[in-house]
Ligand binder design. Sequence first.
Ligand code: IMP
Ligand code: MG
Length: 188
Amino acid sequence: MSSKFYQPDTVVCNGETFNIYITKEQIDERINQLGNKLDKDFEGKKPIFIGILNGAFIFLADLMRYVSIPCEVDFMKLSSYGDEKVSSGQVTELKHIDANIEGRHVILVEDIVDTGLSMKFMVKKMKEENPASVTVCTLLHKKDATEHDVQLDYVGFEIPNAFVLGYGLDYAQEGRNLSQIYVIDEDA
Ligand code: IMP
Ligand code: MG
C-alpha cells in the first residue's frame, strides 16, 4: 500500500515547478520541539492559540497535538497576497476572532512571515483588545525579506527569500495539501 500522505519529490503547481525543501520528518521534529517549549512557557496560563487563515491551518492543527497544557483555539482570516508570489502590500481582515481575549495570553500562529506586514497588522489588532500578552509563533521566516519591525517569539525554520509551497502554503490557492514544504525551482 502506498503512503496516504501527498508527498512527491517534485510537483508542478499552476505551471511552476517546486522541489522538496523541508521533509515531513523535519517538520514533525521541529513542531514537537516547539510544542514542548510552549508547554513550559505557558504552563498555568491557559493560552489561546489564534491561527491565521488560510495558510496556518495545517501547522496549527499539528502544533496543537504537541501541546499538552490546557489551551483554546480560535481563527482569524487575513488576505494580503491575492494570487501572486509577491506581497500586494495591503492587508485586509476577512474574519475576526470570536473569542474575547481581554486579559488572555494570545499566541498568534502563522505559516510564514515574509515582509512582516501581515504579522505587524495582526499584533496591533490583538493588542487593541487588551490581552495579557501577545506571542508570535510562525513555522517559517524569510529573514532577508522582512522589512516590518515585528517580534517573532517562536520560529520553526529560517528560510531564504524564495517562494515556498505546501503544508498549508499555497500558490494561487493550490498546493496546500502537500504534506511537506517545497521551494520554487527558478531554473525549471
Ligand atoms: P507578509 O505580510 O509579507 O509577511 O506575508 C505573509 C503572508 O504571505 C503569509 O501569511 C502567506 O500567506 C503569504 N506568503 C508569504 N511568502 C509566501 C510563500 O513563499 N509561499 C506562499 N505564501 C507566502
Ligand atoms: Mg497567510
